[in-house]
Ligand binder design. Sequence first.
Ligand code: NAP
Length: 326
Amino acid sequence: MDVLVTVPLPEKLLSRIERHHTVTLHNEDSPISRGALETLIQGKAGLLCTITDKVDGELLQRADQLRVVANYGVGYDNIDVEACTAKGILVTNTPGVLTEATADLTMALILAVARRLLEGDQMVRQGRFKAWTPFGFLGREVSGKTLGIIGLGRIGRAVAKRANAFSMKVIYYSRTRLPGDQEHALQVDYTDLEGLLKESDFVSIHVPLTDGTRHMIGREEFSLMKRTAYLINTSRGAVVDEEALAEALKSGRIAGAGLDVYEHEPKVHEALLEMKNTVLLPHIGSATVETRTRMGELAVENLLAGLDNKRPPTCLNWDAVKAKVA
Ligand code: NAP
């Protein structure tokens, strides 16, 4: 079958697909253009794509032969899963394999904003470090502070474990409350969103981007947070109203923000770029050699299984598609 791969996979993985199928590869470390995606999708039975590729109704209209969309990423807000299901197309993602890397990056952002790591780095590089001083570069202690996790799924739980090791108190708000024994094991306490925003010194977001979470954190939510609190976001930019975040930071409504993702990625709100109390990363939550290798392996396994009409290891709509076909 003909397959389109928009991720420059390592040779070993690529040859696993090529053993069974004919591959058209977008062999660049930059997103495929919409025009190329629309042209190349025609006649393809499989698409291995990334979170920058929009698989929407319009694309699906051109995808006359498509049977499987294997996303190289756990978040799948780039894919209209409902529209795929309606056309009998399987959709897969890569959960689990990127949990630890993303949780590590979340902790890195917490520490970076609280201890002003980037400001300090710049000071040293610019030759402005003249002496140790008692009141220079004071940050905020992380130990003993309250971390509020919004969305206690795989990554949220991995962040909770790390925060416990840093002697933080962890509270959470999530769609589904964990059973008591799991809360106890993770040393987390459940609260509603309002309570979490009021109580937390660090608010860290780990929900997927859906219609229900878009702009979940906006003006009203920032008004509930402590003036000394920091917002950390390694989920998806549009969960936060970026305009409201810029205002909250400018006005001192909150103390700072550590961000890996942006509402209009790769564009970043001008005001955020100018502030000292922001740490801004280029969407690198899962960007380690080990994790990206595992994501590639899982995406390829998913693709091959789906094309072979077998249940892919991490399929989002297997039952729905099969029910439709039956
Ligand atoms: P997950 O295991 O599905 O966890 C998501 C959690 O959010 C679940 O506990 C879910 O509740 C909860 N949730 C969903 N909708 C909610 C709502 N409306 N209100 C409150 N809670 C809600 O996903 P994950 O693997 O942890 O990944 C989370 C997200 O991180 C991904 O979707 C992706 O967008 C992002 N991500 C970013 C990077 C990066 O590079 N920065 C890397 C990896 C992932 P239920 O238990 O009820 O489903």
